[in-house]
Every structure is written in structure tokens, then in C-alpha cells.
Design a binder for this molecule. Structure first.
Ligand code: AMP
Length: 426
């Protein structure tokens, strides 16, 4: 029997990896501009990190986490997200003791046992930032500005994007808000789907996430978290919004946005794309001022976001594919089987590579026409070398973009500066 990939886990093939690398490079560059530094944490953590940090009752931990005992019986989890890991690392290495703000970013695979569908897989890749150590609302605004700058930089048109924002307040505000929701939904249970009737006793805030049409009228009429905010949290949110206005970042107040992880406090937001369908969030984040304490550390406010690489790939693939497809500079096509031709071709290849040019050769002996088609898919230039060219001490160079052809001396391949000029990267 043939062995296939695990359901919900996908290979990223060479046709797509240039796009991934391009996106990663652009994202890194944006993060650097905003003063964030990279952190790499392990894929495996103790399951307890997430049950304490993300919340035992959340879907992410309760239903979707990959958990298994190691050989000594310690419960481990494949990380479903990275914020808890970053905060764990921050506490473990005493980064708080170094004072100041820790601005960290990460990339990497995350794992959730979800129902695979468009934009949702079981292994997916996130990029994200975390700013730890300040309550300043300017930092909430900065993180949101970074998110918008990032998607602009990647070339997503502004018209298709929208920023949803809400504030769910501090723990006391949330307790009050949960009560208000319970009081509101309890007499309306008949208007809720069966999942939401269960959520009512577990965590009524989750009802607001429900996409079931039955629940929508009740959800729209439900009390708003912003009405339960204490003075401090209310003022904090007003300042975040004022900063967004000053930055010229349009937003929609979305009272149903509460996000699926327990650690959030105050600001929560999502940047969504109209091109994505049901799973429309490109990235999401918010504040988590109590997470460090939940993990046993000193009080440390934090704010950040995470976005999914797969969703960026979905919206950018067609836009960028043509530009990124050709990874080779030169594709060399030897003509005929003469050993001297083949040896000279191999020598030319070696010279090109040492001159810093990505080069490959037709090894399968396909016809000139076929090999040229392959070259046009993979490279910017084709080089032809047959017995006639060899006798003249020349190769034929073809620009695969313009179709222009010229003869080049084989001797030129000994001189990297000449080669670079010949194949000047346009
Ligand atoms: P979350 O950690 O749930 O707040 O998700 C943050 C972002 O990660 C989302 O906006 C998506 O872009 C991405 N994401 C989350 N879950 C998945 C998944 N199962 N498959 C693909 N992307 C995901």
C-alpha cells in the first residue's frame, strides 16, 4: 500500500516554495523595521503550557490539540499556537529582568486537529509578533499598524481588506460581561443552536463566535463587551482607536469579535480579506496582560498578532507567481552526444555556479524544442552548445524573455565579471 501524507498536512512543493520564501523575507523585513527580533521556540511543549495559557475549555486546547505522553509519561503537545511558547521563553530566560520592552517575532508550523477545508489545515504555518512589557495603547496601535503595513507591503490591495476591532477588558470586566451574556441568552435558549446552548454554561462569550444562521439575531442583539469595560480599560480602548485614526487606519468596531483563546484582555483585532471566503481572517491578535501570571511569572502585559502563511499564499499566489517562478539564471542545452561537448558543458556549468549564477543543464537528452520549453519555464537564459559551436569556441546565448540571441566566446566563462555583465540581472 502506498503511504500518503497525514490528512490536513500538506507538502509545499518546489513550485510554491519560492513564493513562501519571498513572503517570509518580506515579513521579516517588515518586522525588522518595527524593531522586532526573531525567537525560535520548540515545536513540542508541555501540554500544561497551553491548558493553562490558552485555556482548558477553549476549542484549540480541548478539541484540537495534539497531545501524547512521552516515554516517561509526561504529557506533551504539538504547539497549536506560539504566544504561550514565546511568553514561556520570555519568563524562562528572565528576559523581563533585562528591563525594557521585549519585541519578538517568530515563524513556524502550528498544529490543530481541525476539520480540513479551504484556508484551514492541521499543520499550518504562522508568522507573528509579541511585544512584552508595556501597557501603552500606542503599542496596540503599533502592532495593528505593523499588520496593515505588512499586508500593504505584500501587495494586497487595500480595498479588499478590513480591520475588525473590539475590547473585552480586564478579567473583572470579562467576568461581568459573561454574566451579562448569560442573563441575556438564558431566556433566549430556544433561539440558539445546540452548540451554543452548551456554550451558555461553559463560556457564553464563545456564542458570539458562532457562525450558525439560527444564532445571528440573538447575537446581534446581545450586550456589548465595550459596555462592561471599567474606566481604565475604556480609556485604554478609546486611546487605541484615537491612535488608529491618527495613523489613518480605518477600522470596524465588531462587538462579536472575542477570539477563541482565553488569554486575551482588552484590545482584540483581526485583519480580514474579502478574497478568502468563510475563513477570511488573514491575521488576528490582541492584548494578553494576564498571560505571564497565568504561567507563573511576574505581571507582564503583552500585545501581538499571528497570521497564517497558507492564507497569504492563497490570496497572493496568482498575483506573484509569474514573477517568482524562474529560479535559474541559465539553462544549458548540450546538442548531441559528443563527449567533448558534454564535458565542456559541465565545465561551463561549474564556472557559472562559481560566478554566483544559478545554472542547470538538460540531462535527459530531450529534443531542442522540448528542452527550450523547459528552459523557458525554469530560467531567464538558455545556452546552446553543440559540436559546431564548440569548433568555433562559442556558445549560443538566448534571452528567454525577449528571444534575443547572441554568440559568446567559451573563454568568457573563465572570467566571472564578463559573465555577470553578459547575464546582468534585469
Ligand atoms: P489564531 O491563532 O487562531 O488567532 O489564528 C491566527 C491566524 O492563523 C488566523 O488568522 C489564520 O490566518 C491562521 N490560522 C489559524 N488556524 C489555522 C488553520 N487551521 N489553518 C490555516 N491557518 C490557520
Amino acid at each position: 500500500m502506498k503511504i500518503g501524507a497525514v490528512r490536513g498536512m500538506r507538502d509545499i512543493l518546489p513550485e510554491e516554495t519560492p513564493l513562501w520564501r519571498h513572503l517570509e523575507a518580506e515579513i521579516r523585513a517588515a518586522f525588522r523595521l518595527y524593531g522586532y527580533r526573531e525567537i525560535r521556540t520548540p515545536l513540542l511543549e508541555t501540554a500544561e503550557l497551553f491548558s493553562r495559557g490558552v485555556g482548558e475549555a477553549t476549542d484549540v486546547v480541548h478539541k484540537e490539540m495534539y497531545v501524547f505522553p512521552d516515554k516517561k509519561g509526561l504529557l506533551l503537545a504539538l504547539r497549536p499556537e506560539a504566544t504561550a511558547s514565546v511568553v514561556r521563553a520570555y519568563l524562562e530566560h528572565g528576559l523581563y529582568a533585562k528591563g525594557g520592552l521585549a519585541k519578538l517575532y517568530y515563524f513556524g508550523p502550528m498544529f490543530r486537529y481541525e476539520k480540513p477545508q479551504k484556508g484551514r489545515s492541521r499543520q499550518f504555518h504562522q508568522y507573528g509578533v509579541e511585544a512584552l512589557g508595556s501597557l501603552d495603547p500606542a503599542l496596540d496601535a503599533e502592532v495593528i499598524d505593523l499588520a496593515s503595513y505588512l499586508v500593504e507591503r505584500l501587495g494586497l490591495p487595500r480595498e479588499g481588506l478590513f480591520l475588525r476591532i473590539n475590547s473585552i477588558g480586564c478579567r473583572r470586566d470579562r467576568d461581568r460581561y459573561r454574566e451579562a451574556l448569560r442573563d441575556f441568552f438564558e431566556p433566549r435558549q430556544a433561539e440558539l443552536c445546540s452548540d451554543c446552548r452548551r456554550r451558555l454554561s461553559e463560556n457564553p462569550m464563545r456564542i458570539l463566535d458562532c457562525k450558525h444562521p439560527t444564532c445571528q439575531p440573538a447575537i446581534q442583539a446581545a450586550p456589548r463587551s465595550t459596555d462592561s469595560l471599567c474606566g481604565e480599560c475604556g480609556a485604554h480602548f478609546q486611546e487605541v482607536l484615537a491612535q488608529l485614526e491618527r495613523l489613518g487606519l480605518p477600522y470596524e468596531l465588531d462587538h462579536t469579535l472575542v477570539r477563541g483563546l482565553d488569554y486575551y484582555t482588552r484590545t482584540v483585532f483581526e485583519l480580514a480579506s474579502k478574497d478568502l471566503g468563510a475563513q477570511d481572517a488573514l491575521l488576528g491578535g490582541g492584548r494578553y496582560d494576564e498571560l505571564a501570571e497565568m504561567l507563573g511569572g511576574p505581571p507582564t502585559p503583552g500585545v501581538g498578532f499571528a497570521g497564517g502563511m497558507e492564507r497569504l499564499v492563497l490570496v497572493l499566489r496568482e498575483r506573484l507567481e509569474l514573477e517568482l517562478g524562474r529560479e535559474l539564471d541559465v539553462y544549458l542545452i548540450p546538442i548531441g552526444e559528443a563527449p567533448e561537448v558534454k564535458r565542456t558543458a559541465a565545465w561551463i556549468l561549474a564556472q557559472l555556479r562559481r560566478a554566483g549564477l544559478a545554472a542547470d543543464m538538460e540531462y535527459l537528452g530531450r529534443s531542442l524544442r522540448k528542452a527550450t520549453q523547459v528552459a523557458a519555464r525554469l530560467a531567464r537564459y538558455a545556452l546552446y552548445l553543440g559540436p559546431d559551436e564548440l569548433a568555433r569556441g562559442e556558445v549560443k546565448l538566448k534571452d528567454l524573455g525577449t528571444g534575443a540571441e547572441s554568440a559568446q566566446a567559451i573563454g568568457a566563462f573563465e572570467r566571472p565579471e564578463m559573465l555577470k555583465r553578459m547575464l546582468a540581472r534585469g
